[in-house]
Design a protein around this ligand. Sequence first.
Ligand code: URA
Length: 304
Amino acid sequence: MPRTLDPELRRALAARIRYYNEMGIYDFYRRPLSAVAEDVSAPVAVNEGEIAVSMNQPESGEEMSPRKAAVVAVPRAIDENIFEVIALKPEQSVSDPVKALKIIREDLGDCTRCVLHKQGRKQIVFGVGNPTAELMFVGEGPGADEDAQGEPFVGRAGQLLNNMIKAMGIEREQVYIANIVKCRPPGNRTPERDECATCSPFLMRQIAVIKPKVVVALGAVAAKTLLAMNASMMQLRGRFYDFRPAGVRVNDRSNEPRWDGCKLAVTYHPAFLLRDPRQKGEAWKDLQMVMNELGMKPPEKKDA
Ligand code: URA
C-alpha cells in the first residue's frame, strides 16, 4: 500500500524545495542517515522510502518552539511527487485577478474532496472582497451564518471583524476575507488537519492571485495551517513572518510586477475575542503592527 506524507510535513518540504529551486539548486543527493543527523539545514533523501528534513519539532506534546530545529526521518510517499506542487496553476495564465479567482472557484467546483461536503454544508464559502487587496484576513472556517449566506465572517464574529477593520481606518470592501476551510464543519467544530490540508491549497492560490502585502491569520488554526508549524498563540503573535503561498509558483509572467510573497501576522480570532474581550487590547496591538507595516493611520477620533 502506498504511504503518504503527513500533509504539513509535505507542505514544509515543498516550501523548502521551492526555496532551494529559487536559489538555483535542483539536485539533492542521498546521504546516510547518520550524516544527515548532524546537518539540520537541508532536506535530503537518505534511504529508499525515507526523507530526512530539518524542521521545527514539538518540544513536548502540542507546543513547538520556533527557535529549535531537529532532524526527522519520515516515510517518503512512493505515489506522490512533491515537485508536482510547483506546477503552474490554470489561473496563472490570466492577468485579471477577478478572472483568476473565478478560475480557482470553478476548479473547486461542487467540492467533495473532504468529508465536510457530506456533513451538512449548505454551500461553499469561497472568500470575499477586493481581488487586489493589500490586506487579507484568513479565518478558520464558515459558521452557520456564513454557510447560510455564502460569505465569510457575516455572523457575530464577522461583526467584530468589521469593527476591527473599521478601527484600522478602512472598510471591509477594501480587504479580502477567506477561511482555511471553505465548508462549515458540523457543529462549528475545529476543522481536522486533513480537512485543512485538502482545502488550503485553494486558499494558497487565492493569495497568490491577490498578492497582498500583509495576511492576518485569525486564530491558531489559520496561523498553524498557513505557517505549517505548530505553536501556541503566545509564540505566534507579536511578529511578522515572511510568507509565500505553499505549492504555487509566482513571478512566471515577465510582464507583471514581481511579488515575492508578503508579511504574515497572527492575531486572535474574533470569536475568541467575543468570549474573552479582555484580549481585545492585545489584538489591537497586532493590528497596529499591521497598520504600521502598511503605512496606515487609524481614523481621527471625532470630538463628542
Ligand atoms: N469564523 C471563521 O473562522 N470564519 C468565518 O467565516 C466565520 C467565523
